[in-house]
Write a protein that binds this ligand. Structure first.
Ligand SMILES: [Zn+2]
Length: 369
């Protein structure tokens, strides 16, 4: 293989465990933060605001001043600009919430060149560790992607908080994470680039492989624990590490392929567009396995596993008994406009994607949970 320049990125620090939120005041002192903006929606603020207020006020009242910003519900250029104005004097931005709150905080930090602390309250996708900001328009359609100059300074994951969130989010995070092994591999085989604009280092693919193995080993037990006990145990900790850290570093440094290209087509569909990112990625991965030309047995094994995790392996899971050829063609056409759709060997065109959608749906329906 030719020697090539390769890049890998990480968040400045990753902290995870039950009660990790208590690390926030000393962290802010260490980061030399004086004026802090905290971004959250009303639900998250109601759940955690009082605790954070008390922590920050009792720690170093003279040193750290802070203000809350209300997440308006969409991560758009306009909402980021308005919030950045409210936070103009702040040197640190803290995100508390899910993917869109996190991306909005990234946008604010980018405009202010501020330090950035990410505190995910659900583990439903891979956004916390990365530099990516996915922007939406007022009609909630993806409008573009911006990049931070550097990865978040700190990703602080309180597993007790994550375990309190609905199990559906926890499962979706696994759906988003399971694809990374296959996508990083295909991106590598196709000579594609990661999100730093270079081929991946073997380390990125190692982490993406590990991400899959960890979920295979601990995912089902972790999901049961979150659904029934709503508090973390070892399986939950291992799974969060996979869905937040390994999945995030895996996609950003490993690159993406067809499973995530399909998100574009699925999102434009009137029914599929209403489901969580990780849910459609779970099915998109099955489509990718078919498109890669993997055996029926391999695809069935994957489909059976996703079903065990309560994730989709066929269209009926989404309440769609029959997809018309026109609908499948439209999904395939839009998916092929995603830049990483070319990161696949053998290469595939829209007709091939349509056929892979049909075969994946058939295999998924036949797979037993
Ligand atoms: Zn994703």
């Amino acid at each position: 293989m030719n020697a090539q320049v390769r890049t890998m990125g990480f968040p400045g620090r990753y902290i995870q465990g039950p009660g990790a939120l208590a690390q926030l005041p000393p962290l802010l002192l260490e980061l030399d933060s004086c004026r802090v903006a905290l971004l959250a929606d009303a639900t998250v603020r109601a759940a955690l605001g009082g605790r954070i207020d008390a922590m920050l006020m009792s720690s170093q009242p003279a040193r750290i001043t802070f203000k809350w910003l209300d997440f308006p519900g969409e991560c758009s250029v306009a909402s980021i600009a308005a919030l950045a104005e409210q936070a103009a004097a702040c040197d640190t931005v803290i995100a508390l919430g899910g993917g869109k709150t996190i991306d909005t905080a990234k946008g604010i930090a980018r405009r202010l060149n501020a330090r950035l602390v990410i505190i995910p309250t659900i583990a439903s996708n891979d956004s916390p560790t990365s530099r990516l900001i996915v922007l939406y328009d007022d009609a909630h359609r993806v409008a573009g992607v911006e990049l931070l100059a550097r990865n978040p300074d700190v990703v602080l994951v309180d597993s007790a908080v994550i375990a309190q969130a609905p199990a559906r989010f926890f499962a979706a995070g696994m759906g988003d994470a399971l694809s990374k092994k296959f996508e990083a591999r295909q991106c590598h085989l196709a000579g594609g680039h990661n999100f730093y604009g270079t081929p991946s280092l073997p380390t990125a693919r190692l982490l993406a492989d590990r991400c899959y193995e960890v979920i295979l080993e601990f995912g089902a037990a972790a999901l049961r624990q979150v659904a029934q006990e709503r508090c973390p145990n070892e399986a939950v900790e291992r799974t969060i590490e996979a869905t937040v850290l390994l999945s995030g570093v895996g996609f950003e440094s490993g690159g993406l392929s067809l499973a995530h290209a399909l998100v574009r087509g699925f999102s434009a569909h009137p029914v599929l567009g209403r489901f969580l990112h990780g849910e459609v990625v779970a099915f998109g991965t099955l489509v990718q396995l078919v498109a890669e030309g993997r055996s029926r047995a391999e695809a069935t094994e994957y489909a059976t596993f996703t079903r065990r995790l309560g994730l989709p392996a066929s269209f009926d899971w989404f309440g769609i008994e029959h997809m018309s050829v026109a609908e499948l063609e439209e999904i395939a056409r839009i998916s092929c406009t995603a830049p990483y759709s070319v990161n696949l060997r053998p290469t595939i065109d829209a007709g091939g994607v349509r056929r892979a959608l049909e075969v994946a749906d058939f295999i998924g329906r036949s797979a037993a949970a």
